[in-house]
Design a protein around this ligand. Structure first.
Ligand SMILES: Cc1ncc(COP(=O)(O)O)c(C=O)c1O
Length: 353
């Protein structure tokens, strides 16, 4: 059985875990949390990092730290993992869906600009979908023009890059390029935002006594998860290179197959997506053939307005999102895969159509 993405533990995970357990510091707070935050800050060249329980909670904390809540609207792309929309809803605000680019599946900035000109939007949350970088230059410029903050949901895109939004969020769940089991990293270069986010992810404590100046959500990462996360971070470079190789292998083997297309190569490949010609039944054929051989594949995330909790959302036109979703398939791309696995998968795909 080949899963869509599974982790690989080949480094210091067991040693750090043991050390963590023996130290007695197994909840939030502890050396591994501090070390993970420091090391992650170095990787992404960012001043401040808050390690949280998950990517979802990191997005929630970011929005709360920016004062987003009831009555606000946050622009997000129509295709993303549901956690992006849920994090907005958890604050009391409402997602406003923006269509995506056909080329790389990220938020279409022309549609965003149109929406910003027509309705009141209070924050922008672009997504690095499957590791593809949105047009952050234009999005940040639009944020400045309309005087609203930008939170980048880069859940799948932790890389040695510069991230310039007010906040950027990474997920460390088990399908990601590196994992902490479950976890999130919230990064920013802004002192005031960092302090707010840190306190909201904690208990808004003042000093060492039990004094709290506000309500925190207690969403910090545990030292146990941080121990795994730190060991994994030591392999980030290796895992990124492996993911890149896996993507290129898929591309080389499938790009010339009639009826199969690729989006632009993501800056930080995560799960490889292919899409099929409009009127073909290739998606079902390929998915069936893969399943028959024990290979997991997944259709692309269903657009948010086609998910039960969000049927009633006000949206702009979402033609590209609806069209792409029905025709795209995600292929196994985890760091535990070997190049020969990809070759076998490509043969199954070719044999199915
Ligand atoms: C785009 C996106 N946003 C948010 C999340 C949520 O991250 P987590 O599962 O760590 O809560 C994910 C997780 O897959 C994601 O892909």
């Amino acid at each position: 059985m080949i899963p869509i993405a599974s982790p690989c533990f080949q480094g210091n995970e067991v040693e750090y875990l043991l050390d963590c357990v023996q130290s007695g510091y197994v909840s939030n707070g502890g050396d591994y949390v501090n070390m993970l935050e420091t090391e992650a800050g170095r990787v992404v060249n960012t001043e401040y990092v808050v390690a949280t329980m998950s990517g979802t909670t990191a997005l929630f904390v970011a929005l709360k730290a920016l004062g987003i809540g009831q009555g606000d609207k946050v622009a997000i792309p129509a295709i993303t993992y549901i956690a992006t929309a849920n994090a907005v809803t958890m604050t009391g605000a409402e997602p406003y869906l923006i269509d995506i680019n056909l080329s790389n599946l990220t938020m279409n900035t022309l549609c965003l600009e149109e929406a910003l000109s027509e309705i009141k939007i209070d924050a922008i949350m672009p997504v690095h979908l499957l590791g593809a970088c949105p047009d952050m230059y234009s999005i940040i410029k639009l944020g400045q023009l309309f005087d609203i903050p930008v939170v980048a949901d880069a859940a799948c895109a932790l890389d040695y890059e510069t991230y310039e939004a007010d906040f950027t969020v990474f997920s460390l769940n088990a399908t990601k390029t590196i994992t902490a089991g479950t976890g999130g990293l919230l990064i920013t270069n802004k002192d005031e935002l960092y302090l707010k986010a840190r306190d909201l992810a904690g208990t808004c404590k003042i000093g060492d006594e039990y004094m709290h100046y506000g309500i925190g959500y207690n969403l910090g990462m545990s030292n146990i998860h941080a121990a795994i996360g730190l060991a994994q971070l030591e392999h980030l470079d290796h895992n990124l290179r492996l993911k890149d190789t896996l993507y290129d292998l898929y591309y080389d083997k499938l790009v010339d197959v009639d009826g199969i297309y690729f989006f632009n190569k993501p800056e930080t490949p995560w799960l490889t997506a292919i899409y099929f010609a409009t009127d073909s039944d290739y998606l079902d054929l390929v998915q069936g053939a893969l399943a028959h051989k024990g290979v997991t594949s997944r259709v692309l995330w269903r657009p948010i307005h086609l998910q039960a909790p969000y049927y009633e959302l006000e949206t702009s036109s979402l033609e590209v999102s609806e069209m792409i979703w029905r025709r795209s398939l995600l292929l196994p791309s985890g760091v535990a895969l070997k190049p020969t696995d990809i070759e076998d998968i490509c043969e199954i795909i070719k044999g199915a159509i």
